[in-house]
Ligand binder design. Structure first.
Ligand code: IPE
Ligand code: IPE
Ligand code: MG
Length: 243
């Protein structure tokens, strides 16, 4: 086996752009908000599947820095879901040994939602299984700005290494695989810095319809990829850029 295929065998970190909740609901003549309820169920399903498959890190794109542009009632509904479910799902985390973390700007969220996120992270900090990262009020550009500000505050020279080292979760490896559902083929400001050498998997299926089998299919597809990281035939390859 050459080093290239070995590198691409198992994704350590999967990023998921969970898209299509609104369309799922509209197709059924339901309010878009109903799609977010089903999307949350799919999120739990895929978190459980990733945990069962032993994937070490999964980042779910929950709410972007641009999603505030939506109608106030839809934004309010999503924040309400976070309020309602974050604490309530602690039993789910414990049963599956899932550690919850976050990335994003908590200062821009309703304070009680921000506190629920912090509490969930603290309460699950000792769980040793899959780490589920919630990207909430998250933008890739915003995270890079945060990182540069932190690095400057500590009087570091700005370099690729210092930017990587001051991201929201510098210990988490870059995503190997980024999945986007619902047919759109764009990043929409997700993990811009970290996805420099990620493999992308696009699925036509709407997020609320995703099951464990879809995750398996994405991982199978990833396993067939040849990652080169700018090198040739596996020579000089490395799974991390700047780290
Ligand atoms: C993704 O589904 C969830 C969030 C962005 C919060 P959408 O709400 O974007 O669903 P579509 O893309 O409109 O179908
Ligand atoms: C990306 O989906 C954000 C999340 C999944 C949270 P969007 O639906 O907001 O992306 P665009 O607007 O289609 O690019
Ligand atoms: Mg969308």
């Amino acid at each position: 086996m050459n080093p290239t295929s070995k590198l691409s065998m198992t994704p350590i970190h999967i990023g998921v752009i969970m898209d299509g909740n609104g369309r799922w609901a509209q197709k059924r003549g339901l309010a878009r908000t109903q799609g977010h309820i089903e999307g949350l169920k799919a999120g739990k399903r895929i978190a459980k599947a990733a945990s069962d498959m032993g994937v070490p890190y999964v980042t779910f794109y929950v709410f972007s820095t641009e999603n505030w542009k939506r109608a106030a009632d839809e934004v309010g509904f999503i924040m309400g879901l976070a309020r309602q479910y974050l604490r309530a799902e602690f039993a789910f985390s414990r049963e599956n040994n899932i550690r919850v973390r976050y990335t994003g700007d908590l200062s821009g969220l309703p304070p009680d939602v921000a506190q629920d996120i912090i509490d969930t992270c603290v309460e699950s900090a000792d769980f040793t299984g899959t780490q589920v990262v919630l990207a909430i009020n998250y933008g890739g550009r915003d995270e890079i700005v945060r990182s540069v500000r932190r690095a400057l505050a500590e009087e570091h020279e700005i370099s690729g290494e210092t930017i990587s080292a001051h991201l929201d979760n510098p210990d988490i490896p870059d995503p190997d695989l980024v999945i986007r559902t619902a047919g759109e083929k764009r990043m929409s400001n997700f993990l811009l810095w970290e996805s420099a050498y990620a493999e992308f998997y696009f699925s036509e299926k709407l997020w609320p319809d995703w099951t464990a089998d879809d995750l398996s299919a994405a991982i199978e597809d990833f396993r067939k990829r040849e990652r080169r990281f700018g090198g040739i035939n596996g020579i000089g390859n490395r799974g991390q850029v700047f780290r």
